[in-house]
Design a protein around this ligand. Structure first.
Ligand code: ZN
Length: 307
């Protein structure tokens, strides 16, 4: 979104979605309620993910969208993505502090300076809460975990696909380097096939995370050079700048080191994940096939098991 024209493309689609009642604006850029139709598409695509991943016999875990600040600090996220974080603050004062806070309630949000950091952060990626729970030695053959949660990224935008809070569904592999690498590559192919099967024009591209600042440039270059991250991109608002709807990540042994996760033979575990951005996939499907589900192509409705 580098110019006025492209801003218009994004806000035009957002306005259409809102007018159709698919998204319900909540007064902050990138924060929406979702309609029943929107959720139906999310659910049906999720069933597809479940069916395609069943062969792995994954452990299913569901974590809330908040996790421990201490665990957050160990992930390294603060160093790399300070502009995206969401910290949870609460009020811990006495009655007098409360009176002071209420006295500063008018005007420029002065009251928020009376808040203090709680023990929790908002989750920035669905797999982050898993790693601190996996400390110790993995079983032979490692683990495969099915995850889903809302994740937070502080990046208000007119682009309806750039939400500040949205759901990721993930399959995470913890194990040896070979096991993690194979997981990433298998799911890159499977994810691409799944998105093609629902009629989306998908491409796999080598990608980097949005590392912050000047130091981040080196991190981005290294990530691309080592081909650690792929994104599956599809056109939503723009065909020239397709949107990432899924990412396939190989983390090397970053989380194994950070959280003391060891393979059965005592090495720091490697990890990899595929994450499906459920809102973005839904927005891509609505853009491609229209807002009336009953008019979607029959093959697509069949793949999604829509009655
Ligand atoms: Zn992940």
């Amino acid at each position: 979104m580098c110019d006025k024209h492209s801003d218009d493309i994004y806000s035009a689609y957002r306005d259409e979605l809102i007018a159709a009642g698919l998204l319900i604006p909540l007064g902050v850029g990138g924060l929406y309620g979702r309609s029943g139709t929107f959720e139906h598409i999310v659910d049906q695509f999720e069933y597809l993910i479940t069916r395609r991943g069943a062969y792995q016999k994954p452990e299913v875990m569901r974590f809330p969208p908040m996790f421990s600040r201490t665990h957050y600090e160990a992930t390294g996220h603060l160093k790399n993505f300070p502009d995206l974080i969401g910290s949870i603050h609460s009020f811990e004062g006495n009655e007098r502090d409360h009176r002071d806070m209420m006295a500063s309630f008018e005007g420029e949000r002065g009251w928020t300076s009376h808040l203090v950091a709680s023990d929790m952060m908002l989750v920035p990626a669905a797999c982050y809460p898993l790693y601190p729970t996996a400390t110790g030695t993995l079983p032979q053959g490692g683990r495969c975990v099915d995850l889903k949660t809302f994740v937070f990224r502080h990046e208000p935008s007119p682009d309806p696909a750039r939400m500040q809070i949205f759901r990721q569904r993930e399959y995470v592999r913890l194990g040896s380097a070979d096991e993690a690498f194979a997981h990433r590559n298998t799911w890159l192919e499977t994810g691409k096939e799944m998105l093609e099967a629902v009629g989306l024009d998908v491409a796999a591209v080598v990608a980097n995370d949005p590392f912050f600042g000047r130091g981040g440039k080196v991190m981005k270059a290294t990530q691309v050079e080592q081909v650690l991250k792929y994104e599956l991109v599809v056109p939503i608002c723009s065909t020239e700048k397709p949107t990432a709807v899924s990412s396939c990540n190989y983390h090397l042994d970053h989380f194994g080191h950070a959280f003391g996760i060891l393979t059965a033979d005592g090495q720091p575990a490697h990890s990899a994940c595929i994450g499906f951005g459920l809102e973005r996939i839904t927005l891509a499907l609505l853009k491609k096939h229209g807002f009336r589900l009953e008019t979607w192509p029959r093959e697509v409705r069949q793949v999604l098991e829509m009655a």
